[in-house]
Each structure stands twice: as C-alpha cells, then as structure tokens.
Unconditional design. Structure first.
Length: 290
C-alpha cells in the first residue's frame, strides 16, 4: 500500500514530463475521439457528392462549398448574424448590471442568485421553449392576462415573430454572458475602486475609468460565448419562430434530416465551425494584451 501511495504521489506531482503526459492522456483521448476525429470526418464528408436517394458518393470536390456561398443563402446568413448580434447585445445590456450586482452588491444572497441564474442550464431546452409557446400563444397566459385586465381587445400575435425568437435566445444564452462578466468583475481589486473614490471620483467616473476597462476581458468572453453558439442555434427558431425565420442552424439541420444531402450539410457545418474557431483564435490573440 505504501508503494502504491508513493507511486500515486509521484504521478500526481507532475515533476516528470512522462507523468504530466500520462495525466493528460484521458482528456486528450476523449477530445481526439469525440471532437477531432468527428470534425475531420465532417470535413471529408463535405468534399463528397450527394448521390441518388441520399447516398454519399466519394468523389472529392469543392462543389458543396461553391454552393454554400451561393447568393440565395445570403438572406439566411444575414438573418442568423442579425439574431446572433441582437442576442449578444441584449445579453450584454441585461447581463452587465446583473453581474455587477452579483459581484459588488449581492452580499449573502450571491449564492442563491447565482443558482437562480443557472436554472436554464438545469431544464431541458424543449421543456423551456414549449413553456414559452404556452405563455406567448394567442390563447396563452400572456394574452389571457392582458385581455382580462383590459390592456388589449384582441389577442396579440406574439408567437412566431422576431420578438419571440429573440426572447428565447436571450433567455437561454443570458447565463453564458453573465458568468464570464461576473468572473471578470470579481477579480477587480476593491482597493482600485476605493482609491478612485479617495481621489474624488464619483460612482460613474469610477465605473467608466476603473471598473469597465478592467472588466473588458469578461465583456469580450461573454460576447463570444453568446454570439458563437447563437450562430448554430436551430431549436429556438424552429419552435418559437416557425418557417418564416429560418436560420443557418435550421438550414444545416434540414440538410441532414430532411433533404438527406449530408455532404452539403457537412460543408455548411464546416464553414460555421471555421468561423467559430476563427473567432476564438482572435479572442485568444487579443486576450494577452487585455
């Protein structure tokens, strides 16, 4: 037993490169098997051709990528970028005050509020979006309440509108914005804020000159963690937006599940993945200078 304890202690100490590599091996194997290899398979599939009855013909070409940049898909791309950008902006506007409150003002209620913030992660997305459908429908809870109190004379068409899609996206992705912001604000030394007050700065000046600049890494991280997943979201538009608000994620999903054109769907996914990786690479390049 003592020999085993010594061996385990030597292994976990990481003093030798072999020990460090051994500790990294399970995580590296997991990433290679479930991330790298499927991504490489997706790239290979995107170079194939769609055959009869949805079969895949392995004749390597770039036709799927030429088709992906066809002007007919530009409205879908612009709509996707618009929703992702609007969601990111709203999450920053709503999330920054919330993260600031959690960091500076929440006190003993901080833990409970953070748990409440994590609730969307603990519920199924399908359950959450169907709940929103019940709330926003013409015979839903919101219209019933507005009619009962006399605010409207006829039900409003809230569901299957840009508002309902944006509401669902903000509901689901708001924690992705708040948590990096909270982590960044929590790292700010309180002595910096106190020093600004001691030098005669008021609250707004302290916020603009001290707090906001020091929290910019969290702002950028929160924006990326919100914007990038929004680009591939399809369930929100499918359930809350309907066919009129077709996004890039819906286009990709339909190529695999309905059109049975897997090579074209793989090409669209590869381009989306390349854009996401490019955004993360740009952030990593910027982060050391932050």
């Amino acid at each position: 037993m003592k020999t085993f304890d010594r061996a385990l202690s030597w292994l976990l100490s990481g003093r030798r490169s072999a020990a460090s590599h051994l500790l990294l091996a399970p995580a590296a194997a997991w990433l290679i098997v479930f991330l790298v290899l499927p991504a490489l398979g997706l790239v290979a599939l995107s170079l194939a051709r769609n055959g009869a009855y949805g079969t895949v013909v392995w004749s390597l070409n770039l036709d799927n990528y030429r088709r992906a940049v066809d002007p007919r898909y530009v409205p879908v791309l612009l709509r996707t970028l618009g929703f992702a950008g609007a969601t990111t902006a709203l999450c920053l506007i709503l999330g920054y005050p919330l993260a600031y409150f959690l960091s500076f003002r929440a006190g003993r209620f901080r833990g409970a509020l953070i748990i409440a913030l994590m609730v969307p992660f603990w519920t199924s997305a399908l359950v959450a979006f169907y709940s929103w459908m019940v709330i926003l429908g013409k015979e839903g809870l919101l219209n019933s309440a507005l009619l009962r109190f006399g605010f409207i004379s006829a039900p409003l068409g809230i569901l299957y509108t840009p508002f309902s899609v944006l509401l669902g996206l903000v509901y689901f992705y708001l924690p992705f914005t708040v948590l990096p912001l909270y982590g960044s604000l929590e790292k700010i030394p309180r002595s910096y804020v106190e020093a600004a007050y001691d030098l005669g700065a008021d609250r707004w000046t302290t916020f603009l000159k001290v707090t906001l600049p020091l929290s910019l890494p969290g702002v950028i991280a929160g924006a990326l963690l919100t914007f990038i997943p929004c680009l591939g979201d399809f369930l929100t538009a499918e359930l809350l937006g309907g066919p009129r608000y077709y996004l890039l994620g819906n286009l990709i999903s339909n190529q695999f599940l309905m059109a049975q054109d897997w090579p074209f769907g793989a090409a669209l996914t590869t381009l989306l993945l390349a854009g996401m990786i490019g955004g993360l690479w740009a952030y990593r390049r910027w982060e050391p200078d932050a």
